[in-house]
Design a protein around this ligand. Structure first.
Ligand code: NAD
Ligand code: WQD
Length: 341
């Protein structure tokens, strides 16, 4: 069994499907702070099996202890965290307590149960505005722009120190670029609660008429079309990377600690305007948008050098930007039908 913290969330739920497809049984653990139990139903509908779900807060040590007593885990994929950059500016202590504190509690309980295969959800935000592009894992961290970004840098450091102290921990630090899209069945997808901060959920809600129009944050950057560039990858590609990373952990020598960061992206950047054009091409829908002011804290351009993940995990993305955008739209249409947002 594989412990999936944050398993009812966007990336955790898709990874549960990929784990199951690869022959692992995920145990989904979530306090439903930023998700709904319906995501677990969606996973069950896709895989056709009753995947275990445990409503546990990972900061609750006693509850985690009890959880470890009920299941025998070979590894943990640790997604559970708060992830809204703007909210983290207003509530930095809450982000430190949940993201860094939560990891600490998890590691204490996991090591007491000799669970040493750990896959951690990090982020390209650790790089800030990189000097060289594409960005490789060796690029230095910049001072984090947000408390959220700091929690990812801090968690990586906690895991480094934990691995050194344990002597037999196998840790994959997965630095995601921009995951988008949904499972092609539209049984699961991204479920933003409230007004979305991220580009794709805002865009699909604007196309649906839930939001008036998408504001493109800045058209005067030093990029070919003046808008910011990101590396958008399909969430199912990202999900499959977690299976490869777990397998990598399991393959490491028992008597040695190994910790390694991996960039997870396509290796190609797309501008905001290219995403809009791609969406219109892939779905036949018109995107209502206006050009607006720059958003504070935005990196101008970042995309991954994903060659380490290709060489060492045997993973690469296989789904195109247009496929990702079409899948995001299919999911939004389902939400619209259900009147979910
Ligand atoms: P999400 O909010 O959809 O999923 C996170 C899940 O963790 C939620 O279901 C939430 O309820 C749960 N959770 C939070 N705190 C918890 C706690 N104390 N105990 C139990 N459950 C808790 O977010 P996501 O997009 O799926 O992100 C998953 C991970 O990936 C996060 O660590 C996030 O920081 C990281 N990440 C996300 C992105 C992205 O763009 N989505 C990019 C880089 C990194
Ligand atoms: C993408 C692009 C915006 C909304 C954030 C976090 C990062 C990571 C992923 C977790 C940017 C533009 C957006 C809108 C727009 N999360 N945009 N209008 O900023 O790359 O990364 O989420 O680790 O840490 O910072 O993603 O989806 O917010 O923005 O023009 O209404 O879309 O300026 O260029 P971002 P995003």
């Amino acid at each position: 069994m594989v412990l999936v913290t944050g398993g009812a969330g966007y990336i955790g739920s898709h990874t549960a499907v990929a784990l199951h497809e690869a022959g692992f049984m995920p145990v989904l653990v979530d306090n439903l702070h930023n998700s709904k139990a319906s995501a677990v139903d969606g996973v069950r509908a896709i895989v056709g099996e009753d995947i275990p779900f445990e409503a546990v807060d990972i900061c609750d040590k006693a509850a985690l202890e009890a959880l470890f007593g009920r299941h025998d885990f070979v590894g943990v994929l640790h997604f559970a965290a708060h992830k809204a950059v703007g909210e983290s500016m207003a509530k930095p202590a809450m982000y430190a307590a949940n993201n860094v504190g939560g990891l600490g509690v998890l590691l204490e309980v996991a090591s007491a149960h000799d669970l040493d295969n750990i896959v951690f959800s990090s982020s390209c935000t650790v790089y800030g505005e990189p000097e060289d592009m594409p960005v490789a894992e060796s690029a230095p961290f910049q001072r984090a722009e947000s408390p959220y970004g700091w929690t990812k840098q801090a968690c990586e450091r906690v895991l480094e120190d934990h691995a050194a102290a344990r002597g037999a921990a196998h840790v994959a630090l997965l630095r995601y670029f921009n995951p988008i899209g949904a499972h092609p069945s539209a049984n699961i997808g991204e479920l933003p609660l409230g007004v979305p901060n991220n580009l794709i959920p805002f865009l699909t809600q604007a196309v649906s008429g839930i939001r008036k129009a998408l504001t493109v944050f800045g058209g005067d950057y030093a990029t070919p079309d003046g808008t910011c560039i990101r590396d958008y990858l399909h969430v199912m590609d990202l999900a499959e990377a977690h299976v490869a990373a777990l397998q990598w952990c399991l393959d490491q020598p028992d008597d040695q600690s190994v910790i390694r960061p991996f960039n997870l992206g396509t290796g190609k950047g797309a501008s905001v305007l290219e995403v809009i054009q791609g969406f219109e091409r892939a779905t036949g829908q018109k995107v209502p948008y206006t050009m607006g002011e720059r958003r504070e804290g935005d990196v101008v351009a970042i995309w991954a050098d994903p060659s380490r993940a290709a060489n060492e995990l045997g993973w690469r993305t296989t789904r195109s930007l247009d496929t990702s955008l079409a899948d995001a739209w299919r999911w939004q249409e389902k939400l619209n039908q259900e009147g979910s947002n």
